[in-house]
Design a binder for this molecule. Structure first.
Ligand SMILES: [Zn+2]
Length: 426
């Protein structure tokens, strides 16, 4: 039997193991924030990967944002050396999941199997992908023991809150240097037949408008910061949103609606803080003297971050010149540059040929509307040969009754196994 057929059968034969592994991972609740049970899930992965012949290291991101003795940011990197020198293929999965939220009909940390699906928080984003990559690696090592190079599997903290206690920390410590890792696959839930080349850029900022407090019965004696913020929103509606809609990209972003520049108004707070739900009194009459807005601007590879920033600053400056009493401050909160791996990069080709073989059709190439840990691998690690590929439907991420399809996981693992064979098996 051809090695590739043997490999795909080997993975199919491990279906029950794949299901049990995914269930075990879901049953370790790694909610972030606050970032719980990272050590527990790393210990679990440690036992599993040691059994599979990997050398493992547990790394705490000491001093990183979010790391504390109460909620330490633990990460695991496991490496399996081949029989001969060669490249290293690294599978990186985040081990954290987002909060549960409302509307579940199954136990979010139960890992229930129903109708060919595994349910739970993190099932698709991305414990199913992590499990698929482990099964792919184990089956590949079993069917091709004389492989070249090395395979690495990492489980990293805090992707859902920026990745600073996870991939960013590891990248700063050199774990993703191109001298030691040559191919990176991040099994995020982008669908089993799609290769995600990268993501758009992010610019978050907080805008504050200033006013003057006064008695609410005599607003003319003060200056309302909320009305000034209203003028900011009006300027956005009149000029900025239409201009952003005109900025189209050649990046294959999905969904289609994100194939342009976007801006979200994340929050607005002005005037008295909201009272606790059990407060039964009335508000006091005051003119708000401060109003704050957080904006979330997503930009394209064709755009320059400096221009993205000045677009907002110019809008505010125009208001300062034209609107009596208007004054503001603006503060950057967060920035991520867009990232897009070339379509002819070796890891893209290897996964694309795996998709073609398993599904009998060409892979779709996509770009994510939001960012994920590729940003750190690209910017800090300086590694360009990186994609996201994994089972699960992106739209289910962070929703109630999140699930991953078992067939999808098996087929994705087969694609990963075939990619390993192409990159390390020759
Ligand atoms: Zn994710």
């Amino acid at each position: 039997m051809r090695i590739k057929d043997r490999l795909t059968r080997e993975i199919e034969a491990r279906r029950d193991d794949l299901v049990a592994l995914t269930q075990d991972l879901i049953r370790i609740p790694t909610r972030n924030p606050p970032g719980e049970n990272y050590r527990e899930i790393c210990d679990y992965l440690d036992r599993r990967l040691l059994r599979a012949g990997f050398h493992t290291e547990l790394i705490r991101a000491t001093g990183a944002i979010g790391d504390s003795d109460r909620h330490p940011r633990w990460n695991i990197v496991a490496r399996r050396e081949g029989a001969r020198p060669g490249a290293c293929v690294h599978f990186n999965s985040h081990i954290d999941v987002v909060e549960v939220g409302h509307g579940w009909t199954t136990d979010p940390f139960g890992g229930e199997v129903r109708d060919g699906r595994i349910y739970g928080r993190g099932a698709c984003d991305m414990k199913g992908g992590l499990a698929a990559s482990i099964i792919a690696a184990e089956a590949f090592v079993a069917s091709c023991p004389d492989f070249a190079g090395a395979i690495e599997i990492s489980g990293t903290a805090d992707e859902e809150s920026g990745g600073f206690g996870g991939v960013a920390y590891l990248a700063e410590k050199g774990w993703f240097n191109p001298e030691r890792v040559q191919h990176v696959i991040i099994p995020e839930p982008l669908n089993k037949d799609r290769i995600c080349l990268g993501h758009r850029g992010v610019w978050w900022a907080e805008i504050e408008t200033h006013g003057e407090i006064a008695h609410g019965s005599m607003p003319f004696l003060g200056d309302c910061a909320v009305r000034h913020m209203g003028a900011v929103i009006d300027a956005m509606e009149q000029n900025l949103f239409p201009a952003l809609a005109q900025k189209r990209t050649d990046m294959p972003v999905v969904p289609e609606g994100a194939r342009q520049s976007t801006l979200n108004i994340n929050s607005i707070h002005g005037g008295e803080p909201e009272q606790a739900a059990d407060y039964t009194g009335l508000p006091s009459p005051c003119v708000p003297d401060r109003c704050r807005m957080v904006i979330d601007r997503r930009f394209l590879i064709e755009e320059d971050i400096g221009a993205v920033e000045s677009e907002i600053r110019d809008l505010l400056e125009t208001l300062r010149k034209g609107r009596p009493g208007f004054d503001y401050e603006i503060r950057e909160l967060h920035r991520v540059l867009p990232s897009m791996t070339e379509k002819d990069a070796p890891v893209v080709g290897a996964v694309a040929r795996g998709v073609a073989q398993v599904f009998g059709r060409e892979a779709d190439y996509v770009v994510s509307p939001g960012t994920y840990d590729q940003k750190h691998i690209d910017r800090i690690g300086r590694l360009k040969n990186c994609i996201a590929y994994g089972p699960g439907i992106l739209d289910l991420a962070h929703k109630p009754d999140e699930y991953v399809g078992i067939d999808d996981m098996v087929q994705s693992a087969q694609v990963m196994g075939l990619a390993l064979h192409e990159l390390l098996g020759g």
